[in-house]
Design a protein around this ligand. Structure first.
Ligand code: NAD
Ligand code: ZN
Length: 236
């Protein structure tokens, strides 16, 4: 039995990392188009890097929460279990998840806009803003997917394939409005998966959900875990 956990910013909210569109969402204070687009970056790399450096510091101080931990435990228990995430914070991996597909990149990755050299840099704050490439001295950009950019093809293809094969598809903490990622629950549903939503608020995905937990990721996922064990047996 294949189980997919599809996560968004909401799963990291209890770790103190602001979501984008929730009540305390980042877009309330900043304008996305000023910060998370290639145009913004090339207009003012320093401003965009300052924002990312601030977010990197926030994430460095944060710890994975109970929600991340339950998903890591489920991966140990069920042989065919995957996390597909829109998050860039790496908290799933820090909680112990190994089979994680990152659709929108990773905030610790940096990539040279001149020579394409890509590496991880975990320093927060960065010593120099904007940071420069160690190979060619070119400008580095964050290794995340911005508005208007396409998603990494291998990750996207794998995510679609896994979603079609899923028996249970759990959607946690995503507003379901950022495409193509938001397509995945529909893809899973169409191919026969039971869709479960964990989110304190209603989303477009609520309409196709077979089961809904209107609560935070930590408490909601505890119940999802119980439910899957009871319904499908502990080995899935
Ligand atoms: P979003 O901000 O659009 O939506 C967050 C969702 O989480 C909302 O539906 C909200 O109701 C729900 N939520 C809030 N608190 C919750 C909790 N405690 N438990 C469960 N759900 C909760 O986020 P999105 O759908 O992931 O899409 C936005 C984009 O933002 C993604 O592309 C992602 O890359 C990026 N992002 C990532 C991070 C991160 O890595 N932590 C943070 C902010 C934004
Ligand atoms: Zn370079």
């Amino acid at each position: 039995m294949k189980i997919i956990a599809f996560t968004g910013a909401g799963i990291s909210a209890e770790s103190g990392i602001p979501t984008f569109r929730g009540k305390d969402g980042l877009w309330k204070k900043f304008r996305a188009e000023e910060l998370a687009t290639p145009e913004a970056f090339f207009r003012d790399p320093k401003l965009v890097w300052e924002w990312y450096d601030w977010r990197r510091q926030l994430i460095a101080k944060a710890e994975p929460n109970e929600g991340h931990k339950i998903l890591a435990k489920m991966e140990e228990e069920f042989p065919d279990f995957y996390v597909i995430t829109q998050n860039v914070d790496g908290l799933h991996q820090r909680a112990g998840s190994k089979k994680v597909i990152e659709l929108h990149g990773n905030i610790w990755k940096v990539r040279c806009v001149e020579c394409g050299h890509e590496t991880y840099d975990y320093r927060a704050p960065l010593p120099e803003i904007p940071p420069k490439c160690e190979k060619c001295g070119g400008l580095l950009r964050p290794g995340v997917v911005w508005f208007g950019e396409s998603l990494p093809l291998d990750a996207l293809e794998e995510a679609f394939r896994l979603s079609r094969e899923a028996d249970v598809f759990v959607v946690i903490g995503t507003s379901g409005v950022v495409y193509p990622a938001a397509q995945l629950p529909y893809e899973a549903k169409e191919h026969g998966a039971e869709v479960i939503e964990v989110n304190p608020d209603e989303t477009p995905i609520s309409r196709i959900a077979d089961k809904i937990y209107r609560e935070k990721a930590s408490t909601g996922l505890k119940k999802v875990y119980q439910y899957i064990k009871e319904r499908y047996g502990s080995k899935g």
